[in-house]
Design a protein around this ligand. Structure first.
Ligand code: CAA
Length: 695
């Protein structure tokens, strides 16, 4: 008998139970076990019908993703499901938890589907750069039609039991004891002589070709660069044109293409990396967590308000503090406006808006923060101001309260030293807009306690963020790498590229926008003011004036003023090349005596990305990031690095570190610039023929 799949009979019903914690993934042993248990059930004359279900927390949640990329082992899942469907007995799937991917495909190989009301089912393979490869693209359209199947397969989102019942996927929704309900249902079906219902034998209406091309059109923008969604559409189209066997063959071909693609390798890396970032090496799993039942936020500006929304949306009460009532009123109004805009789009009900708003209170007095469990400071980026705030927090907050700063540049250790409890101080660096961006860089200071780290990492998940733990340095992981890339982008323009050319290369690589469109979005005035400040305070070390300063001086601050590096038409965020910018660049080049040259797209890509990889390697060596995957996740969730490239460090591995290192060395030889000095870690890995993933 298999360890992971058991067979037993109860009340004339044979139960096939998968027990492979944590999520009953359909690895080789489970697939073989399913066939063995099926044979037992078929041979068991006392069993009038068979039920397939999962032990523990869920029905199988899919193929074992760790097996992808290894040599496939028979029996393959599509064959297992075909065998289930062809079995001589009535087969019922009884679903709880999350029947995803191959799990949902198993249910489609059964005659009837019963689900607990809390269960969800879906085909999320597209998120792994794959398509449902065990008959899902062929059976689902036969069951619910091509259009609904496209939504489910290309969308990849799990659906609730009630919704699945309406769609005709689930036959019956039950609550309470699933096993008892499943046995009763199976007996009922057997008593009623219910017919077998092989989904593969259902007919699916032939759709006109435009259904599929229209669908492609409809996702073209959102899924730009991705391979899998378009392969999913092709597979569903095959279901409408071919018989089941031929359709399944086509599905297999498309699946295999995706499985062997670099995109799927990258997306699978991201799946596991996203889970790994939550596990902090050196911090025990059972580290006690502090209870966070109420949060204080200092500052009701755009950042403070955005941060507050994360907690309110997660049902955690927030007290917001400002110096002036007017600022509080403005902040509260902005939060309400944002929620109402979401409600208008149909993504929230008005009751939910009111529930969130009812969790928000405001105050002008620090003393009112005496009962909060966590305070996040989101005030002006100035060390003196921050130290004053933390001094006040130290005075008023209760022992054990966590004191967090949202600083993006300042030294968390220095801030912590302004309190008598540096072990309770941590950075929580939200990315703008804070209620939208999924990344949260949690910055560990020298003294931050394990308990505080563990609590904040858990809390990140609770408020829907991906928390990555980083160490202290200027810009932390994300912005430190970003600054290096921006510097290259500017140099490339100085040397002869146009801003639009640089942006296009990075956009085509898959980033949501290029460096200059990003600068226009953030506002050119921000960097300009910082540089101006440095020119006043430290003229000897201040950065040279460049064409970006010239643009900022003309109040070309980006999107918000209708023009920055690019021009923007009223109400349109499409960047258009600007003559003013071109003239300023020319002027700057002339002043500097630069002989311009043609800059190739390849050079743009290499310089903008390799500099990130080199800085990433330095960050790893310094221990500011713990693992390469932490850097990948920071860049994916903080800056929209394309998931299908896997993050900058995974991408570098896929190019080959020897190649990356050689080019970085060449750039260093040519420029002598510090940013191109190869990181010793990169040098070592390249020499040893290793990857960052081998660390
Ligand atoms: N294969 C291997 N491991 C898996 C897995 C899978 N399909 N699904 C989850 N796991 C692992 C996770 O890596 C994690 O491991 P660690 O504890 O070591 O980190 C553990 O199971 C628990 O997972 P989560 O932390 O994600 O737990 P959760 O409760 O938050 O979520 C879940 C559970 C909804 C099932 C979520 O894990 C999930 O979405 N899993 C992936 C589902 C999926 O994509 N299935 C399709 C697979 S591809 C397929 O089936 C192709 C086909 O057509 C044959």
């Amino acid at each position: 008998m298999s360890d992971v799949v058991s067979y037993q009979r109860e009340d004339e019903i044979g139960l096939i139970v998968v027990d492979n914690p944590p999520v009953n993934a359909l690895g080789h042993a489970v697939r073989q076990g399913l066939l063995d248990a099926l044979d037992q059930g078929l041979a068991d004359d006392g069993a009038r019908a068979l039920v397939v279900m999962g032990a523990g927390r869920t029905f199988p949640a899919g193929a074992d993703i760790r097996e992808f990329g290894q040599t496939p082992k028979e029996p393959a899942l599509p064959d297992v499901i075909n065998r289930l469907e062809d079995s001589g007995k009535l087969l019922i799937a009884a679903v709880h938890g999350t029947a995803l991917g191959g799990g949902m495909e198993i249910t489609l190989g059964c005659d009837y589907r019963l689900a607990l009301d809390s269960a969800r089912m879906g085909l999320p393979e597209v998120n792994l750069g794959l398509l449902p490869g065990a008959g899902g693209t062929q059976r689902l359209p036969r069951l619910i039609g091509a259009q609904a199947a496209l939504d489910a397969i290309v969308g990849g989102k799990p659906m609730k039991a009630g919704q699945l019942e309406k769609m005709g996927v689930v036959d019956k929704v039950v609550s309470g004891d699933l096993k008892a309900e499943a046995i009763a249902y199976a007996r009922q079906l057997a008593d009623d002589n219910a017919p077998r219902r092989k989904v593969s034998e259902l007919t699916v209406d032939k759709e006109s070709n435009t259904v599929f091309s229209d669908y492609e059109q409809s996702i073209a923008r959102k899924k730009r660069g991705f391979l899998a969604p378009f392969h999913c559409i092709k597979a569903v189209q095959a279901a409408t044109e071919l018989d089941f066997a031929a359709g399944q063959k086509r599905e297999r071909e498309l699946f295999t293409e995706l499985l062997n693609s670099p995109q799927s390798a990258a997306q699978r890396h991201v799946f596991f990396a996203e889970r790994e970032v939550g596990k902090v090496p050196g911090i025990a799993k059972d580290t006690p967590r502090r209870e966070i039942a109420q949060v204080g936020i200092i500052g009701a500006g755009t950042m403070g308000g955005g941060i507050a929304m994360n907690f309110l949306s997660a049902g955690i009460p927030v007290k917001m503090l400002e110096m002036k009532q007017e600022a509080l009123d403005k902040g509260v109004a902005l939060i309400r406006k944002n929620y109402e805009a979401t409600a208008k789009k149909g993504r929230m009900t008005s009751e939910q808006v009111e529930r969130c708003m009812s969790l928000l209170t405001t105050t002008l007095s620090y003393d009112d923060l005496s009962d909060v469990d966590l305070v996040i400071e989101a005030v002006f980026e100035n060390m003196k101001v921050k130290k004053e705030v933390f001094g006040e927090l130290d005075r008023v907050t209760k022992p054990g309260a966590i004191l967090a700063t949202n600083t993006s540049t300042l030294d968390v250790n220095e801030i912590a030293q302004s309190t008598r409890r540096p072990e309770d101080v941590i950075g929580m660096h939200f990315f703008s807009p804070a209620n939208v961006m999924k990344l949260l860089e949690n910055v560990r200071g020298e003294a931050t306690s394990d308990e505080v780290i563990a609590t904040v990492m858990d809390l990140s998940k609770r408020i829907g963020k991906v928390g990555v733990l980083v160490g202290v340095c200027y810009g932390f992981v994300g912005n430190r790498i970003l600054h290096k890339r921006q510097a290259q982008a500017i140099s490339l323009v100085n040397e002869g590229a146009a801003p639009a050319q640089v942006d296009k290369v990075l956009y085509d690589f898959g980033l949501p926008m290029g460096p200059f469109a990003m600068a226009d979005l953030a506002g050119l005035d921000v960097g300009w003011r910082i540089r101006e400040g440095l020119r006043e305070s430290d003229p000897a070390n201040a950065p040279e004036r460049n064409w970006l300063d010239a643009l900022a001086e003309q109040e070309r601050w980006g999107q918000k003023t209708g023009g920055g590096v690019f021009d923007y038409a009223e109400g349109d965020r499409t960047p258009r090349p600007s003559e003013v910018t071109a003239a300023e660049i020319e002027k700057y080049r002339a002043e500097q005596g630069i002989d311009t040259r043609e800059v190739s797209d390849t050079e743009i890509l290499e310089r903008c990305l390799y500099v990130m990889v080199n800085e990433g390697a330095k960050i790893l060596e310094e221990g500011v990031a713990m693992r390469p995957l932490d850097i990948d996740i920071v860049w994916i969730y903080g800056y929209g690095f394309p998931v299908y490239q896997g993050g900058p460090m995974f991408w570098a591995d896929s190019i080959g570190l020897d190649k990356v290192h050689a080019k970085i060395q060449q750039f260093h030889d040519e420029t002598g610039h510090d940013d191109w000095k190869p990181a010793p870690l990169l040098e070592r890995l390249a020499k040893e023929g290793k990857r960052f993933a081998d660390l």
